[in-house]
Ligand binder design. Structure first.
Ligand SMILES: Cc1cc2nc3c(=O)[nH]c(=O)nc-3n(C[C@H](O)[C@H](O)[C@H](O)COP(=O)(O)O)c2cc1C
Length: 364
């Protein structure tokens, strides 16, 4: 049996395989409520053999959305709308995850939407068009965006509480796995990076201080989730910019996150600055995952241009990661899991939905 299609157990949850769907914003929700688009989009990957399907960056408060069309989980209507989506993933034999998120200073953007003036790839939505004032650790803007307001102590306390409340709603909606989004230049990453965090209080300065919010969020999520539910944290292992975070910093923060209750680190990169210096190619973030795994001793997932079963299997065999996330390959081929299983010689029964086996077996 391949490593890719061998089960993985975190706490009380067993994943049927290690080929997972990474969160992908769909910019298709109204008032943060998921709809038929999210249902079909996510359920197809469960049919296609994914061991875990993680729903997109889902805001824990309204101003935590990236765009006005992001999903949320700050109210009960949203919770109730997630339930059938989760049920559809379960009915196809996969586990359902949700990425709990706050966009911070990169919130209130209309990317990738057309605006009244044409196509805007960048920038903040004015209040007249449904935008809001973004928050951040410091009043330092992301390039091309409006200046955010720095969170004060009570704002930080409310943020941790919002992640806790979102955890409750996510579990009530039936999600099996929670992922805290601390990557890609959004709020928790903004606290971690010295490029965006210029505070001189207990949330700024040293790495330990900059990591305080993330650690408190993970602790709150774990406390609300209880002992059985896997909690993942997504970090950007490098800011790919001078003076920014590097993998060794993130490995240390990962260690603290595990101590606070995280089970697996999802290792991505970049997103903090507009002009990052990062060479992108097949498996380009795998060395980051390997480094974080080596230094932190935490289980990790690798992500980033992993497009075949053979490639994914090799990453696991090399000991660089414990699980594989993919995003765009699932868009290109929603049956990526079945295809990868075929590449690795897996028996159809171990991965294919029974309906597909019936459909493909020759009739006599
Ligand atoms: C359409 C799209 C939306 C994305 N939205 C999110 C998101 O909501 N949260 C997140 O952490 N990453 C997001 N990402 C990044 C992916 O999860 C993934 O890390 C990245 O695309 C690299 O993996 P890939 O090469 O397999 O696509 C998104 C990527 C795409 C293509």
């Amino acid at each position: 049996m391949s490593l890719l299609f061998s089960p993985l157990t975190l706490r009380e949850t067993t994943f049927r395989n290690r080929l997972w769907v990474a969160p992908m914003c769909q910019y298709s929700a109204e008032e943060g409520v998921p709809n038929d688009w999210h249902h079909v989009h996510l359920a197809q990957f469960a049919s296609g053999g994914a061991g875990l399907v993680v729903a997109e960056a889902t805001a824990v408060v309204p101003e935590g959305r990236i765009s006005p069309r992001d999903t949320g989980i700050w109210n009960d209507d949203q919770r109730d709308a997630w339930r059938p989506v989760v049920d559809a993933i379960h009915a196809r034999g996969s586990l359902a995850g949700i990425q709990l998120a706050h966009a911070g200073r990169k919130g209130s953007t209309w990317w990738p939407f057309a605006t009244r003036d044409g196509l805007a790839l960048h920038g903040s939505v004015p209040a007249a068009d449904g935008g809001w004032t973004a928050v951040a650790p410091s009043a330092v803007a992301y390039e091309g965006f409006a200046e955010p307001v720095a969170l004060d102590a009570s704002g930080i306390e409310a943020l941790v509480e919002a992640f806790r409340a979102a955890t409750r709603r996510a579990l009530d909606a039936g999600f099996d796995v929670l992922e805290v989004h601390a990557a890609h230049g959004y709020l928790l990453h903004e606290f971690l990076s010295p490029l965006s965090n210029r505070r001189s209080d207990e949330w700024g300065g040293t790495l330990e201080n900059r990591a305080r919010v993330v650690v408190d969020v993970v602790r709150a999520v774990r406390a609300e989730a209880g002992e059985g539910v896997p909690v993942l944290v997504r970090f950007s292992a490098s800011d790919a910019a001078p003076g920014g975070l590097e993998p060794d910093d993130v490995a240390q923060v990962s260690r603290w996150a595990v101590d606070a209750g995280a089970d697996l680190i999802d290792v991505s990169s970049a997103g903090l600055v507009a002009h990052q210096q990062l060479a992108v190619g097949p498996g380009y973030q795998v060395p980051f995952a390997a480094r974080v795994r080596e230094l932190s001793d935490a289980p990790v997932a690798a992500v980033g241009i992993i497009t075949s079963g053979v490639q994914a299997e090799q990453i696991l065999r090399d000991g660089d990661a414990d699980a594989i996330f993919a995003a765009r390959e699932w868009l290109r081929d929603p049956h990526f899991g079945l295809r990868a299983a075929g590449e690795l010689g897996e028996a159809p029964e171990s991965i294919w939905p029974p309906q597909y086996i019936r459909a493909f077996r020759p009739t006599r």
